[in-house]
Design a protein around this ligand. Structure first.
Ligand code: NAD
Ligand code: DAU
Length: 332
């Protein structure tokens, strides 16, 4: 198969490209990526150059999308603006990429008659006090990020129903693992712990997330790409739900730091309290999460400790300005 992976230079996308090439020796991958701050060639370093290529373009560019889709057998779309805090600061780019860009790619895939798998999020269901969201739960997004992802999802469902497009969705919970940009809680806290900078915890730190190791998410994507039904959504829920403060404590322990580095900071506006997903529909296709948080977080801390070459250019570059804007203080 010749697979188009949009957003394949980002965190989950690049882990997916690695898995796809390793597990499907006959496949070739075309990565379509705009290379925003979150998309990096480094994420694809070390892969066999003969089996993949990178086209640097915007998914919202109709000509580029059409040209890249030609000759491909399926599309997996990871391309998105993905960080909630940035969506609160500046929502416009989220709507352009996550809604309009999704539409452009969907249309190109429909015209080519190929499958389009949209990678979406548990955040479209909004937060839940109790219980777990199923695929039939109402969409109730809270942030500009989750609202734009919900917009993309609605277009996917509409294309499947109206045009019988072979379009379908996965909705994953919070991923973590190697190559995640350090604006997200886990990599940010790991790098701060390694450097001896404070670990910023929003509000009371009791918000709950459903943690999913990135390799389990990538395995779920393959399952749905191969066996999912057009027009359906499939939840990919992680095996463990933990409050943020517990996640931060585990990172400190694995980094040989004490809890004096924890710093409670102003809460995120509109902050969702708890996400939880039921993955029963996907489990019926044979998928199971294999990596529990205890093991996944150990692997993740070890990866960042061993791969300074990957994060040092981020942490010494433009990221420092983002960090100061977001947290009102400089990194060491
Ligand atoms: P990321 O921010 O690390 O990567 C996004 C990638 O998309 C980058 O390579 C970026 O350059 C690219 N991109 C952005 N705008 C683009 C555009 N207009 N055209 C082409 N490429 C563009 O994100 P991630 O964490 O890897 O998330 C990937 C996808 O999975 C997103 O759609 C996100 O909404 C979804 N998701 C993420 C998580 C999570 O926990 N990280 C959980 C559920 C769903
Ligand atoms: O749930 C899936 C979503 O998970 C994805 O769709 C998003 O793309 C991804 O960014 C992630 O969203 P969250 O907002 O849950 O992730 P983040 O890592 O930003 O925050 C996780 C929790 O930690 C959240 O409750 C906010 C909190 N937090 C975050 C940061 C960056 C802090 O307490 N301090 C921080 O500095």
């Amino acid at each position: 198969m010749r697979l188009l992976v949009a957003g394949g230079a980002g965190f989950i996308g690049s882990n997916y490209v690695r898995r796809r090439l390793a597990e499907h020796p006959g496949d070739a991958v075309v990565v379509l990526d705009k290379l925003t701050y979150a998309g990096r060639r480094e994420n694809l370093a070390g892969l066999d150059e003969l089996r993949w290529e990178l086209i640097e373009a915007d998914i919202a560019d109709r000509e580029a999308a059409r040209a890249v889709v030609e000759g491909c057998d399926a599309v997996v779309n990871f391309a998105a603006e993905s960080h909630v805090d940035r969506s609160i600061e500046e929502p416009g780019e989220f709507i352009t990429t996550d809604v309009y860009g999704t539409y452009v790619l969907l249309e190109a895939a429909r015209d080519a008659g190929i499958r389009h798998l949209q990678v979406s999020t548990d955040e479209v269901y909004g937060d839940l006090e109790l219980g777990s969201a199923t695929e039939e739960s109402p969409l109730n997004p809270s942030s500009p990020y989750s609202a734009s992802k919900a917009g993309g999802d609605l277009l996917v469902s509409a294309f499947a129903r109206t045009y019988s497009a072979e379009a379908l969705i996965i909705r994953a919970s919070n991923n973590y693992g190697p190559r995640q940009y350090p604006e997200k809680l886990i990599p940010l806290c790991i790098l701060n712990a390694l450097a001896g900078d404070p670990l910023p915890v929003y509000g009371d730190g009791m918000q709950v997330r459903n943690w999913l190791y990135v390799e389990d998410c990538c395995a779920a994507i393959d399952t749905v790409l191969e066996r999912g039904e057009p027009g359906q959504a499939y939840n990919v829920g992680g095996p463990d739900e933990l409050p943020n403060i517990e996640v931060v404590r585990r990172i400190l322990a694995l980094s040989d730091r004490d809890e004096s580095l924890i710093e409670y900071v102003t809460d995120r506006p509109g902050h969702d309290r708890r996400y939880s997903l039921s993955a029963a529909r996907l489990e019926a296709l044979g998928w199971r999460a294999a990596v529990h948080f205890d093991e996944g977080i150990e692997r993740t801390v070890a990866w960042y400790r061993d791969n300074e070459w990957w994060w040092e250019p981020i942490r010494s570059g433009e990221y420092r300005e983002y960090y100061e804007r977001q947290y009102g203080k400089a990194l060491k």
